[in-house]
Ligand binder design. Structure first.
Ligand code: ATP
Ligand code: MG
Length: 740
């Protein structure tokens, strides 16, 4: 064992140590609350298996919930077992792992290794097209059906392993039947284009190991993080991977199961105990992340669920500052407060806290607009985690469409997009006619278009010919470049030059300059990828694999498509000192010194569209337990909702905290001063700043947050009266205790 690993083992508590060093042959389930070191244990266990049990890294499969979590785990493992070994691990999300298995062995189940991965947006477009055939039928029966609705039904069915025939058999009404039919035609359409959507990656992954169970012989150990949020396909895949060696370690927390709406099944925890009767369970009860006060408030929220199994969870940290529960007049005051409060804390911490130490966690993305504006007004750099995702941006999709077409000329979404970028005045009808003609001749749309261009199909829409005189030669040049091993960044450069893409953006997009920067960023990403593909692709090849060699282009496209699941613009850019705006879902597993959870109101928390109120409560619990030192929960008495200003009420999750526990929240922002900052330094295990600096800063910026009345007045300058000395403390405290 190397020194780094043995040093880490020494920091573990007894239970953690027991978990890390537990006999690999006996299945292991670690169930524990947030911040108890589950991910740390899982990561250390991987290192321990490699170093102590001499498992080959390529025989270990470690599954994370997001790509971001995978890269964090990879970074930690780089330190523990070195980059060389870490690279060889099969480490990634279930989706990324399946993509790799299918490229390697997909032929076994009739797939080609050239499949394109189709993202949610493209799936939606395909469904939108298929839905057209049902227009008349739906209208006649006065029914409506949105593409998003269809897609999520199909996705749920796939996550449960149901086929279109299964859905059809279960259909209880016309809509169900139409969805089942659309499921069948959608499957057919994807098959024709040689494309797999995200759910298919799992479905086919499972099918692969069903057909050839011996393929799992390589898997000496499978480890799964966030096990409570696995769906039934993912669970099956885990069983398949473990079928031969039966070596499994999982970590999870039933209180943090928040993906029921995506068919995750917390029942997998008990299922695993049945599948592996010798399964050892270890509970961890020490929280290393948060202060006592934050943990107390979080537990007060989650324990309102009486069906929940109570778990012990204590922190070694001091009680610390009470979480703040604040009311605001309207969302702008809430947002302005948050922005100013971040500035205050940065200043008053004497530089110990910087922008990256703050996160604002939202129930859904749309809430970020007001906050982004407020942060911008205060010149606070910020980034949206899993917000408008980089690879879903128009300009990025335009370029990717050209690349996808080189890799897979059958891929209709890319074809329909690229053909009109820049605009070649080729209408929907023409595109439909081309697709139909291609299908009837059993050609890919690109082959057909090349034929038209070369005059081989005079009968098909000859009007197109003039319009594609630049498109076809460009496609052919790109294909040649790619076949000759051209690097992806060069392909992209060629696309943007040949299409005069900057001009196209300038003419068509008001914010063309930001978009153009994004295109440059795509080139940077491709460049970085070109130099170190393993770092992004996550799965190394193993000896003896019999799949076709990956082309750099295909690997690049695969990584881009898979990262749309969770990553955002800045995730690729690692050294970002920025405030994070994120959904609560995407914040799972992460931690920040200071966390704000705004909009804790009925309708938002619980979200009106989710019937599972208990799941919504757990989501708030997940959000609050991300905080290490300071937590702010807030709500507004009015908020712009669907274009109208509406009255709002505080979330039941807060108002229904039993009276004897109500004091877990303070009704004011924390008083920050040298003593408080010293305590925070301890929680964060950082060096405290110089007391003089903190004192000076608190004098200048005000050690106290603005009085409550100001927060409730949308026009008040919330910080006008806060530059005061320590003597004004009393006046402030009386004003903050006047909550109705
Ligand atoms: P979540 O449920 O939110 O995913 P988790 O149980 O996976 O949380 P980790 O993220 O592994 O918890 O750990 C939380 C924090 O506690 C991390 O900063 C980690 O480094 C730290 N930590 C865990 N165990 C110890 C320990 N024994 N000593 C010191 N710090 C620890
Ligand atoms: Mg974790």
């Amino acid at each position: 064992m190397n020194d780094t690993l043995s040093a880490v083992l020494k920091t573990l508590n007894e239970r953690q140590y027991q978990a890390v060093t537990h006999n690999p042959e006996i299945p292991l389930q670690i169930l524990a609350g947030p911040g108890s070191g589950k991910t740390k244990v899982l990561t250390s266990r991987v290192a321990y298996l490699v170093q102590e049990h001499k498992l080959r890294p390529s025989d270990i499969c470690a599954v994370t919930f997001t790509n971001k979590a995978a890269s964090e785990m990879r970074e930690r493992l780089n330190l523990l077992i070195g980059e060389e070994q870490t690279k060889k691990l099969r480490l990634g999300t279930f989706h990324a792992l399946c993509a790799r298995f299918l490229r390697q062995w997909g032929k076994t189940i009739g797939l080609t290794d050239r499949f394109t991965i189709c993202d949610a947006d493209e799936s939606k477009k395909i469904i939108t097209n298929l839905l057209k055939a049902y227009d008349g039928q739906l209208k006649a029966r006065r029914l409506t059906l949105q593409p998003g609705e269809v897609l999520s039904s199909i996705s749920n069915a796939k996550a449960k392993g149901l086929s279109s025939a299964d859905l059809f058999a279960q259909a209880e009404n016309d809509i169900h039947q139409i969805i089942a039919e659309l499921y069948a035609s959608y499957t057919e359409a994807l098959k024709k284009m040689n494309a797999l959507d995200f759910d298919d990656l799992l479905v086919y992954g499972v099918r692969l190991y069903d057909k050839e169970p011996t393929l799992a012989a390589w898997c000496q150990h499978v480890l799964v993080d966030e096990f409570q949020d696995t769906n039934s396909m993912q669970y099956r895949l885990m069983l398949q991977l473990a079928a031969i060696h039966r070596c499994v370690s999982v970590v999870g927390d039933p209180d943090q199961s928040i993906y029921g709406w995506r068919a995750a099944d917390v029942g997998n925890i008990s299922a695993m105990q049945k599948n592996f009767t010798d399964c050892k369970q270890i509970m961890l009860e020490h929280n290393y992340r948060s202060t006592g006060a934050i943990l107390g408030a979080s537990i007060a929220i989650v324990s309102q669920d009486t069906s929940r199994i109570q778990k012990a969870l204590v922190t070694d940290h001091a009680q610390g500052t009470k979480p703040a529960l604040l009311t605001f007049a309207i969302e702008q005051t809430e947002a302005n407060f948050i922005a100013k409060e971040i500035k205050r804390l940065v200043a008053c911490s004497g530089g110990m806290l910087s922008w990256k130490d703050f996160a604002i966690l939202l129930r859904f993305n749309a809430l970020s607009r007001t906050l982004e504006a407020a942060l911008q007004k205060e010149s606070i750099p910020n980034r949206v985690l899993a917000g408008h995702k980089f690879f879903e941006r128009l300009e990025i999709k335009d370029i990717l469409a050209y690349l996808q077409l080189i890799d897979n000329p059958n891929y209709v979404p890319a074809f329909s997009r690229a053909i009109n970028v820049p605009s070649r005045s080729i209408g929907e009808k023409t595109i439909a006619a081309v697709l139909e003609a291609a299908a009837s001749r059993e050609k890919s749309p690109m082959e057909l278009l090349e034929g038209i261009y070369e005059g081989r199909y005079p009968d098909v829409k000859p009007a197109v010919k003039g319009k594609i005189r630049e498109f076809i030669p460009l496609h052919q040049q790109l294909r040649t470049m790619a076949n000759e091993g051209g690097a992806v960044p060069d392909l992209i450069r060629h696309i943007i030059t040949a299409t005069r893409y900057e001009d196209h953006l300038r003419k068509t997009q008001p914010d063309w300059d930001t978009r153009w920067e994004n295109v440059q960023e795509l080139i940077n990403y491709a460049q970085q990828f070109d130099q170190d593909p393993e770092d992004i692709v996550e799965l190394p090849s193993v000896e003896g694999e019999d799949g076709a060699p990956e082309t750099p282009l295909r690997l690049f496209l695969q990584a881009s498509m898979l990262s749309t699941d969770t990553e955002s613009d800045d995730d690729k850019n690692k050294d970002t000192n920025k405030v994070v705006l994120s959904t609560c879902h995407a914040a799972k597993g992460l931690e920040w010194p200071v966390v704000f959870v705004p909009g804790v109101e009925q309708g938002i928390f619980p979200f009106y569209r989710n019937d599972d109120v208990a799941e919504e409560r757990r989501l708030l619990y997940v959000a609050c337990t991300r905080a290490q030192a300071f937590l702010y929960v807030s709500y507004c008495s009015k908020r712009m909702t669907a274009g109208e200003i509406k009255d709002r009420t505080i979330s039941d999750f807060i108002s229904k905290i039993p009276a004897d526990q109500k004091k877990v929240f303070d009704k004011a922002a924390p008083i920050v001063g040298p003593k408080c900052i010293e305590e925070v330094a301890k929680v964060l295990r950082r060096d405290p700043p110089d007391t003089d600096i903190v004192e000076k800063a608190t004098k200048e910026f005000g050690s106290f947050a603005p009085p409550r009345e100001n927060l409730l007045d949308p026009n008040a300058n919330i910080y006008k009266n806060t530059i005061r000395g320590p003597g004004s403390h009393l006046a402030f405290s009386s004003s903050r205790n006047t909550e109705p």
